[in-house]
Write a protein that binds this ligand. Structure first.
Ligand SMILES: NC(=O)c1ccc[n+]([C@@H]2O[C@H](COP(=O)([O-])OP(=O)(O)OC[C@H]3O[C@@H](n4cnc5c(N)ncnc54)[C@H](OP(=O)(O)O)[C@@H]3O)[C@@H](O)[C@H]2O)c1
Length: 222
């Protein structure tokens, strides 16, 4: 398949490399054709490089990993009409953010309401159906349960309780991150309501380790 890439950054390089290796016809675009040509050459497998305009024209599927809309860097977006655009982008995520400023957290509200208590966010991402199985069965299935809170002893106690239920606690850090677990529940419930599958439960899975076939993570622009 003809696959092209807008921007020749980290994600484009690795995904383009993997598809090229699988035999797809791969074209990397960049603001500078020299850069994408050099990356395509390093990838091998007949990968090619050029400008972003060339890439937009080339692909049946166009992978978009530039954190802005195409009209800001393509001379003519109409070449994308009828094509599939895979948007890989995430908004900037400030490392020192304060979650409650981005999204009001129910758990933070409880902590503010009862300042003398030790609030731990937990169990908001398992539907009741996911807790129907006996502990041994949940343990065997490796069901993770995310928690957040500011008091380590309180989190340790809650973690022990979760373990006794057969769950594997995942410490997501301080209570200011509870809003992320609440947003995780929004994702989960959107899926549940769409599918009727209330057994879905979030987890971190680890990819197998492997050498960087198409180069290590470079200092990118994002
Ligand atoms: N890295 C990850 O692990 C990862 C995982 C999932 C999603 N993402 C998302 O994928 C996107 C790309 O991430 P990345 O790590 O690949 O970033 P990156 O290495 O910084 O690459 C982004 C590329 O975008 C192009 N670019 C930047 N500003 C531009 C502009 N004003 N106009 C046109 N092109 C511009 C540049 O390509 P040229 O220099 O070739 O023009 C740059 O190399 C981001 O939205 C990120 O949040 C990243």
């Amino acid at each position: 398949m003809k696959l092209s890439f807008l921007g020749a950054g980290n994600m484009s390089r690795v995904i383009a490399g993997s598809f090229a290796e699988l035999g797809h016809d791969v074209f990397l675009g960049s603001r500078t054709a020299e850069k994408s040509n050099a990356i395509a050459k390093a990838i091998g497998f007949n990968a090619r490089g050029g400008t972003n305009d060339d890439a937009a024209a080339f692909g049946e599927v166009v992978f978009h990993s530039v954190r802005t809309v195409p009209s800001t860097f393509l001379s003519d977006v109409s070449v994308l009409n009828g094509k599939i655009i895979v948007d890989l982008n995430n908004r900037d995520f400030p490392r020192d953010f304060h979650g409650e400023e981005m999204l009001a957290s129910l758990a933070v509200a409880v902590q503010r309401d009862v300042p003398g208590a030790k609030v731990v966010k937990a169990l908001n991402n398992q539907a009741m159906e996911a807790l129907f199985p006996k502990p041994a069965d949940l343990r065997r299935a490796g069901i993770q349960s995310f928690i957040a809170g500011d008091h380590s002893e309180a989190k340790a106690t809650v973690s022990e309780l979760l373990v006794s239920l057969g769950l594997t606690p995942i410490d997501f850090g301080p209570l200011k991150y509870a809003w992320l677990l609440e947003a995780q529940a929004d994702i989960l419930r959107t899926y549940m309501f769409a599918t009727g599958n209330f057994l879905a439960t979030p987890a971190f899975l680890l990819s197998p380790e492997a050498p960087a076939r198409f180069g290590e993570r470079c200092k990118g622009e994002y």
